[in-house]
Write a protein that binds this ligand. Structure first.
Ligand code: ASP
Ligand code: MG
Length: 417
């Protein structure tokens, strides 16, 4: 017998028929003798609609009331799933964030989980009751409802798994696992059987949409074994009968991965915009005077490059920000450069960041070189480069996204046969 957390996203609970399908998945695990806590999102599209309404009501709305509104989507699905389970003869009840409680900080709209008291839940699980828990929501220090940021129910699920010391956290979604790259643009993308926490973290933060980045971070810290699997597989499909078999992708410790590839995946993010300050003054304090105000405005700067100056007096400085932040960033920069010497500010939203990720890079040379060679063979110009121990990212013209990702996928031997 094991203790499981099963998480189902919006597309998996999009209507009553899908909810019945989810209930059948839950019932299967209960019948295998497991203790089960289920975490669900709102029905697909619901949260978008709720967000939209808060904006229409007032663009500058109170963040606490935003949370009051957008947290409701999950209240509907926990209730409906509990009703459906009960109808199928499964002992179940719904739990809202405040009832557990899931304590968070006070950052409304993007709250972080501070503490979950798992005592009540574990008691009920022990009595054979399935806990159906609302994802995405918690209770702030002021006793008001908070939400964890879009896609936050992945994080709820992992946090619950850690709090109740679950043996595994299964993330059921609309794809059947984690792929070497986006299968929509590379037909030869392969499903990975296993991927390490570190690699998954890079994949998620560099653009792969399977899991919310924060949920992977949390899983890594608490060593929660995560499994990504498809909710569209029939609940009685033969693969589910085998307890030792992972039908999706297991996100786990790197020690558990026997055949480690040098490169495990290619991610891309179109959510990038480039800003170049042409011929900006070259003297101590300039970078601080540019990036300080950007940080104060909570604008996340990613890649930064500064050229050597050819006259010793000025230089070009290029950096990237999330695309949606470009207008705000421009505003901040225009204020800053009124106080310093700078010839021109150029912006370009038509860029994409392509990243190659793999733990094997730690011990293999030549990975970056292979990336640069592959891109040059395709005539793709690299505008900026950043690296970490296990990833290399380049900024290129968005027009070449597909070409670059496909070429790199082949070059690193990731294509399926
Ligand atoms: N319903 C929330 C959202 O759409 C949380 C989630 O689905 O994970 O962002
Ligand atoms: Mg999601």
């Amino acid at each position: 017998m094991a203790r499981l957390v099963m998480k189902f996203g919006g597309t998996s609970v999009a209507d009553l028929e899908r909810i019945a399908n989810v209930a059948a998945h839950v019932k299967r695990e209960v019948e295998h003798g497991h203790e089960v806590a289920v975490v669900v999102s709102a029905m697909a599209g619901t949260t978008n609609q709720l967000v939209e309404w808060t904006r229409e009501a007032d663009r500058l709305h109170d963040a606490r009331e935003y949370d009051t509104v957008v947290a409701t989507g999950e209240q509907v699905t926990v209730g409906l799933l509990s009703i459906t389970l009960q109808k199928m003869g499964v002992h179940a009840r719904s739990w809202l964030g405040w009832q557990i409680p899931i304590r968070t900080d006070g950052a409304h709209g993007a709250a972080r989980i501070a503490d979950i008291d798992g005592t009540q839940l574990m008691e009920r699980l022990g009595q054979g009751q399935v806990a159906v828990i609302a994802g995405f929501q918690g209770l702030g220090p002021d006793n008001r409802i908070t939400t964890l940021g879009r896609g936050g129910s992945d994080t709820s699920a992992v946090a619950i798994a850690a709090a109740i010391k679950a043996d595994r956290c299964d993330i059921y979604t609309d794809v059947d696992g984690v792929y070497t790259t986006d299968p929509r643009i590379v037909a030869k993308a392969r499903k990975l059987d296993r991927i390490s926490y570190e690699e998954m973290l890079e994949m998620a933060s560099l653009g792969a949409k399977v899991l919310q980045t924060r949920s992977v971070e949390l899983a890594m810290v608490h060593r929660v074994r995560l499994q990504v699997r498809s909710s569209f597989d029939a609940p009685d499909a033969p693969q589910f009968a085998r307890e030792d078999f992972v039908p999706g992708t297991l996100v786990c410790d790197e020690e558990e991965i026997v055949e480690q590839q040098v490169v495990s995946g290619i991610a891309y993010s179109k959510d990038e915009a480039k800003i170049t300050l042409v011929k900006v003054e070259d003297k101590p304090g300039i970078a601080a005077s540019i990036f300080g105000p950007l940080a104060d405005a909570s604008i996340n700067v990613d890649m930064i490059i500064q050229n050597v100056s050819d006259d010793g007096r000025s230089t070009d400085m290029t950096f990237t920000v999330p695309q949606a932040e470009l207008p705000r960033a421009e505003e901040v920069i225009n204020k800053v450069i009124s106080g310093i010497r700078c010839e021109q500010v150029r912006t370009d939203p038509g860029v994409v960041k392509v990243s190659v990720i793999g733990i094997g890079m730690r011990s293999h040379a030549g990975v970056a070189q292979a990336m640069f060679r592959t891109l040059s063979e395709k005539g793709i110009n690299i505008q900026a480069i950043t690296t970490s121990e296990i990833k290399i990212s380049v900024l290129i013209d968005a027009e070449y996204t597909e070409l670059a990702v496909r070429a790199l996928h082949s070059a690193y031997g990731l294509d399926s046969e």
